[in-house]
Design a protein around this ligand. Structure first.
Ligand code: FES
Length: 225
């Protein structure tokens, strides 16, 4: 039986939490490519962060914080550009790295102005693989996204399912004794203790919980974002 404290440590995944820091070392699927066929922006919540996924006019994807830093307009209404996204209110434009590269009014008033160079929004790398869009929310440089066979196999039909489950990844997988799928979902081998936590029971769960919490705390204490 987990203590309340252990449960908190294992289930909180926001920025700065031990489990949040652990999970931020892996790629996570945030949407299917097919979901972006009929739209340019898509609201995403991943590891406790509200974000906006967008596709620009070059067909590249970006993942950014949900509000423009100027007057807090939602970037869900952002306009896709050749490179990046433009805020629908006063037209500030952001590239895929989140840098502000255009401020129409200010750029006209003061052509030498450098204010936009100080503006940057949170953005995360996105990669497309096997019909999925995967995001990496951890410290850069990001790790390679593994080319698992099911992601890259040719001449196959892929069926991508999508559901919002109101719990975190570990809580879901606690009931799934399937370490192979766990590895695929994370895009890499999950910590051995995560697999143990899925499969074990009784004292083993307590031991694997302890191992996982320790690993998460170690990562949180030895890395900087
Ligand atoms: S609110 Fe986005 S440019 Fe003004």
């Amino acid at each position: 039986m987990l203590t309340e404290k252990q449960n908190e440590q294992l289930t909180r995944v926001g920025p700065g939490t031990p489990m949040g820091e652990l999970f931020r070392r892996y790629w996570h699927p945030v949407a299917a490519v097919s979901q972006m066929k009929e739209r340019n922006t898509f609201q995403v919540k991943i590891l406790g962060e509200d974000l906006v996924l967008y596709k620009d006019r070059s067909g590249h994807y970006g993942l950014v914080e949900p509000r423009c830093p100027h007057r807090k307009m939602s970037l869900m209404y952002g306009i896709p550009e050749e490179d990046g996204i433009r805020c629908a209110y006063h037209g500030w434009r952001f590239d895929k790295q989140g840098r502000c590269i255009e401020q129409p009014y200010d750029d006209t008033e003061d052509t030498e102005g450098r204010f936009k160079q100080k503006i940057k929004i949170q953005s995360y790398p996105i990669q497309e693989l096997g019909g999925l869009l995967l995001a990496y929310l951890g410290p850069l440089r990001e790790p390679l996204l593994p080319r698992w066979d099911l992601y890259v196999m040719e001449d196959v039909l892929r069926d991508v399912g999508y559901a919002v489950i109101p719990c975190n990844w570990l809580q879901h997988y606690e009931n799934v004794v399937d370490p192979d799928s766990s590895a695929r979902q994370l895009g890499s081998q999950p910590p051995a203790s995560a697999v143990m936590a899925s499969a074990a029971a009784g004292p083993q769960v307590e031991r694997s919980t302890e191992v996982m919490v320790n690993a998460a705390q170690h990562i949180a204490s030895t890395t900087q974002r």
